[in-house]
Design a protein around this ligand. Structure first.
Ligand SMILES: Cc1cc2nc3c(=O)[nH]c(=O)nc-3n(C[C@H](O)[C@H](O)[C@H](O)COP(=O)(O)OP(=O)(O)OC[C@H]3O[C@@H](n4cnc5c(N)ncnc54)[C@H](O)[C@@H]3O)c2cc1C
Length: 267
């Protein structure tokens, strides 16, 4: 599970152990994933694009690139809308904004990127339907100095191993990282089961060890809110006002406004 969820489940008995406290140094950042169905086939994007847009970091026309969505008549774009909040280094808190505002801004960006095919006022390709999936805590922020705090798959608890893309391996938080972390966790489990030596626990940084000396063991924070809420699963949600309220309770930082930066006007 993602590191932010894992941190909320560490039992009191383990909570002052430097191995588990090092995860405090890893923080997942929000991202928004958009699904947009158009009434025509767009011709400009026929592969996955890493974009020059300040809002749309990567996107693909799924009707061309993905068998399950294949369609020769109509496009379905999937886009990663990032950075989407001050937590992720952005200057607008889009997590707080309505789905309509996010789509309006996206249409403005798409009109700028593909002026021959898309107009912000919908006068060219028409948007038939959309889904705005907010992922409040996705991969950990890969800011400088974080790698040393990623925990090994092997933990000090004999029958407990970690996996997940945030755990220590050669890739950043990514699909590749998740797969490699899973293989390394499986290796720890099978070595331990076979009574063979493991690769060992990754040493914890001195600053974490020092902080732990005065750390009072605490009960896990757990999760508040309804069972189907996105945060509970560490995943994404097409959020309505109920979801936003639960997010504000579980993770108040998500609702903070950026300080000292004026919001740009909507497109
Ligand atoms: C919008 C977006 C775009 C991305 N694009 C890319 C990309 O282009 N390339 C790339 O390499 N990576 C990308 N990533 C990152 C990639 O998706 C992750 O790094 C990867 O999925 C992490 O895998 P994981 O197995 O560590 O965790 P996850 O895939 O998050 O799996 C964790 C699982 O744990 C479950 N879970 C959570 N809490 C609990 C609980 N309490 N009990 C039981 N189960 C629980 C969740 O439901 C989930 O199924 C993207 C991520 C996002 C959000």
């Amino acid at each position: 599970m993602p590191v932010d969820i894992m941190k909320r489940f560490v039992p009191k008995k383990w909570s002052a152990m430097p191995f588990f406290r090092q995860m405090d140094e890893l923080e997942g950042i929000p991202v928004i994933n958009l699904h947009m169905w158009f009434d025509k086939k767009l011709k400009n994007v026929d592969h996955l694009c890493f974009s020059r847009s300040p809002l749309l970091s990567v996107y693909a026309d799924m009707s061309t690139t993905c068998k399950e969505y294949y369609d020769e008549e109509k496009s379905m774009l999937e886009l990663v809308f990032a950075p989407c909040s001050p937590i992720a280094g952005g200057n607008v808190n889009w997590i707080k904004k309505s789905n309509e505002e996010i789509i309006e801004a996206t249409m403005g960006e798409l009109a700028r990127l593909f002026p021959t095919e898309i107009a912000a006022d919908g006068s060219k390709a028409k948007l038939l339907k959309y889904a705005v999936v907010k992922v409040p805590r996705s991969v950990y922020a890969a800011i400088p100095g974080r790698n040393k705090y990623r925990p090994s798959q092997e933990t000090p608890i004999p029958n407990f191993s970690l996996c997940g893309c945030y755990t220590s391996q050669k890739y950043l938080g990514s699909m590749e990282g998740a797969i490699l972390a899973g293989k390394l966790a499986a290796e720890v489990i099978s070595d331990r089961a076979a009574g063979q030596p493991t690769k060992g626990i990754k040493p914890v940084m001195d600053d974490v060890i020092a902080k732990c000396k005065t750390f009072e063991p605490k009960e896990p924070a757990g999760l508040k809110g309804s069972d189907d809420f996105a945060i509970t699963f560490g995943a994404g949600d097409v959020m309505g006002s109920k979801g936003e309220k639960e997010l504000a309770v579980n993770d108040p930082a998500q609702m903070e406004e950026p300080t000292g930066v004026a919001e740009p006007a909507m497109a």
